[in-house]
Design a protein around this ligand. Structure first.
Ligand code: ADP
Length: 412
């Protein structure tokens, strides 16, 4: 009688587990659903055991025998992509492929402290399963690769074994670090000119210095330049955040690059004159229409041509070439005859605030964001960016952009 009631209760638990599983599949994470399903399977297995006639007395247990994981656990382990282990009495009973890849191919049957090899994990998994706080996440740094971050979550199963789940936090931590670095860099870049401006205002307030016309004019010119530097930086920061915010909407307007190059060339007139340079356009394809966002393409051209002028050799021409690149793309190259860029810097040039020579960049009015903006515009256009440089000869930056689809009107 008592056992019949137990069967009903356990069967109800099994049904509830399946119900929670369905609910969780619908609303919450698949992992939660799998856990709920596992609870149901485990309860069902217990129910079946209770219903059977009394089993024969067990054979004396071999001390070396591995205890079997709960039924259904193998399916659960296979279904989850992140590293997952079942641990009982500190021994790894089972591990999925991701766990074996991370911790080693032979972790099954091994003491969990040897399998995970992290003091915080060892401390947490050493105590009895029931005492574990299931809501706690333990952060483990350096498992697998030295810089990787993992969150360890533990769930105690009906048979008192523990399901140990490791979630990779590395990408989130790297993004967080990038954000912190970016804010620190941007603040530093703004603070430096601001300190200069405030310093000169104080000096001008002083009667002796402020009274002399020549000194005053010199100070005002410096303040103007520093103010302009801050404005350029704020403009670039705002451009960057706008382009990033739009990164999932691919621009589709047909844009003819030829008139855009003409406008950018005209806008850079002063710089061209100051460098006694020229900008030569080489049109080597009859069709120069791409799919894009016209203002952003103008900004891309402006940044690349301005860099070629700033860092190119004074008096040498900057060439802007348009060519076909396969049926679907157009290649835009901006070519200068400057000193070139040492190879070790090339992979980092499109990082925000990365400069080869900070003094030279600042003296030329650079913000350190020009190529980062170019990269994000290219990404949004689903294009490609190549930087090629030969020391002593010059730099070529190539941008591949998708051609406009035939039959679409061109934005002039
Ligand atoms: P900046 O505002 O400093 O010019 P960019 O992001 O446009 O910032 O460029 C990053 C760095 O790349 C520059 O500081 C410069 O050192 C280098 N660089 C960019 N374009 C060229 C080029 N055409 N020739 C040589 N160096 C360049």
């Amino acid at each position: 009688m008592a056992s019949r009631q137990a069967i009903r209760i356990i069967a109800a638990a099994a049904t509830a587990g399946a119900g929670i599983a369905l609910a969780a599949w619908a609303g919450a994470s698949p992992f939660a659903a799998l856990l709920a399903a596992l609870g149901g399977v485990a309860a069902y297995a217990l129910a079946v055991q209770v219903e059977r006639p009394a089993p024969a007395p067990p054979e004396p247990e071999d001390e070396e025998d591995e205890p079997a994981p709960l039924p259904g656990i193998a399916e659960l382990l296979r279904a989850v992509d992140e590293p997952l282990l079942v641990v009982r009495d500190r021994r790894v009973l089972a591990a999925n492929a991701a766990a074996r890849q991370l911790l080693g191919a032979h972790i099954e049957g091994v003491d969990v402290r040897l399998a995970i090899r992290h003091p915080a994990a060892a401390e947490r998994l050493a105590g009895p399963a029931g005492a574990d706080d299931q809501n706690r996440r333990t952060e483990l740094v350096g498992i697998g690769d030295p810089g990787r971050h993992w969150a360890m979550a533990v769930t105690v199963l009906p048979d008192q074994s523990r399901l140990v789940r490791l979630s990779d936090l590395s990408a989130a931590r790297a993004a967080e670090q990038m954000r912190v670095d970016f804010v620190a860099n941007a603040s530093h870049e703004l603070r430096t000119p601001l300190a200069t401006v405030l310093g000169f205002i104080e000096t001008l307030q002083d009667e002796d210095a402020g009274g002399d016309r020549k000194t005053r004019e010199r100070f005002l010119r410096i303040m103007f330049d520093e103010g302009t530097r801050m404005r350029n930086l704020v403009d670039d920061l705002m451009s960057l955040s706008r382009i990033e915010a739009e990164r999932f909407t691919v621009p589709r307007e047909p844009v003819d690059l030829m008139p855009v190059i003409g406008e950018v060339k005209a806008a850079l007139g002063q710089l061209i004159e100051a460098k006694q340079a020229s900008v030569v356009v080489e049109k080597e394809t009859p069709d120069t229409v791409v799919q894009g966002d016209r203002p952003q393409l103008a900004q891309l051209l402006n940044n690349l041509i301005a860099n070629a002028l700033k860092y190119g050799r004074a008096g040498a021409p900057v060439r802007v070439r348009l060519e076909g690149a396969g049926g679907e793309m157009i290649r835009l190259s901006v070519i200068d005859e400057g000193e070139g860029i040492p190879a070790e810097h090339l992979p980092r040039l499109t990082e925000r605030f990365y400069r080869v020579d900070t003094g030279r960049s600042r003296a030329a009015g650079g913000t350190g964001l020009g190529l980062a903006i170019v990269k994000h515009i290219v990404l949004r256009h689903r294009g490609r960016l190549d930087i090629d440089s030969v020391l002593g000869q010059g730099t070529t930056i190539r941008v591949y952009l998708p051609r406009a689809l035939a039959g679409h009107g061109v934005q002039q």
